[in-house]
Design a protein around this ligand. Structure first.
Ligand code: TXA
Ligand code: MG
Length: 326
């Protein structure tokens, strides 16, 4: 299949393709999404094919207007209203009970639907022009890190989708926060840039999903994700000793570290990638992992970050990507 790579100025062409049942990769503020008309089962099927995504993993419906929500879901509870008011448009996905109009393939046969209203102006315009809700998972091949630059998207999706819109780098860099509002107490299924602390401030009690549950609430949680080819080692303790030991083993290594920690290793014979703060790490981590993957390191090493605020989302992704945690 021939993939057209379009600049942001050609959104109209992309919107027409969506209306005609085609696939369009578009930027959002979190990561790039691989979109198709959410109300067209045949179109949505193409998303699963392009990604190699298991059919039991449901998709997020993206909307451009709060008015689109009641068309897709049943009763909108007070919790949803509060979150929408505070965080939409933005990197927050809410799960509610779906209406019949949404084809089963979108929700993997389930009764609930994930919905998000992205803040990225290109995503917003595209959905508005198409005039339909857009089902879109992250635009990576299943099992690869989510793409956060057009280059990453092209690497995975050229030849597999109708259109890729080049919208530069994504600002947040990690996928949206996902919260299930169908349970009595809301449950955080995936941490993201809208933090647990922020959600609790608005909702009061919010439960954390148990990632080890036999039947995970979010099907995506059971798959090994964001998995680079080069082994990623997540160091949670004795960081400096552990790094020194690995250097002594004369391994070809890359180290991703805060400026404070990383500067101590600048004179060693390893590649050091420094980040200034956690939002910057979040924004760049998937791209860094992809770039390092092509460079034949024996290991990529990264140290743990505090599990609060955006740090919770970063650690969630690092744990899933890591081959080993020491
Ligand atoms: O930031 C994002 O959310 C990006 C951009 C493109 O919007 N999208 C994204 O989609 O990350 P995806 O499909 O890669 O991740 C969606 C996650 C999956 O883990 C999926 O299992 C879960 O949300 N999910 C979707 N619908 C669900 C539902 N009805 N119930 C529980 N989990 C659901
Ligand atoms: Mg994904």
């Amino acid at each position: 299949m021939k993939t057209k790579i379009l600049p942001a100025s050609e959104l109209k062409v992309a919107a027409k393709i969506l209306q005609a049942g085609g696939t369009v990769v578009f930027p959002t503020e979190t990561v790039y999404g691989l979109g198709a008309n959410a109300l067209d089962a045949e179109a949505v099927k193409k998303i699963f094919l392009a990604k190699g995504r298991p059919a039991d993993n449901p998709l997020i419906a993206h909307i451009a207007d709060k008015k689109m929500l009641p068309q897709l879901v049943q009763k909108i509870p007070a919790s949803a209203k509060k979150l929408i008011k505070k965080f939409w448009p933005g990197p927050l996905t809410i799960i509610l009970n779906k209406k019949k109009i949404v084809p089963d393939i979108v929700t993997a046969g389930g009764k609930t639907l994930a919905v998000r209203m992205p803040a990225h102006p290109l995503a917003h315009k595209l959905i508005k022009l198409a005039g339909v809700p857009v089902a879109a998972p992250s635009a990576n091949l299943s099992g690869k890190p989510s793409p956060t630059t057009a280059k990453d998207v092209i690497q995975d999706m050229k030849g597999r989708v109708d259109i890729i819109i080049d919208g530069g780098s994504c600002q947040v860099g990690l996928e949206s926060t996902v919260i299930d509002l169908t349970s009595k107490v809301p449950t955080l299924l995936r941490p993201g840039a809208i933090t647990l602390e922020q959600l609790r401030k608005v909702l009061g009690k919010v439960n954390l999903a148990n990632p080890h549950a036999k039947k995970p609430k979010s099907p995506g949680m059971k798959y090994r994700h964001y998995s680079p080819n080069t082994p990623l080692i997540l160091v949670t303790k004795n960081f400096e000793d552990n790094i020194k030991r690995l250097i002594d083993e004369r391994k070809k290594m890359a180290l991703i570290a805060s400026e404070e920690v990383g500067k101590k290793f600048l004179d060693k014979k390893i590649e050091v990638i420094l980040y200034a703060d956690l939002p910057t790490l979040a924004q760049r981590i998937f791209h860094i992992l992809r770039e390092l993957d092509g460079q034949h390191f024996d290991y990529v090493i990264i140290h743990a970050v505090p599990e609060a605020g955006i740090g919770r989302a970063i650690m969630n992704r690092l744990r899933k990507a890591a081959h080993k945690t020491i």
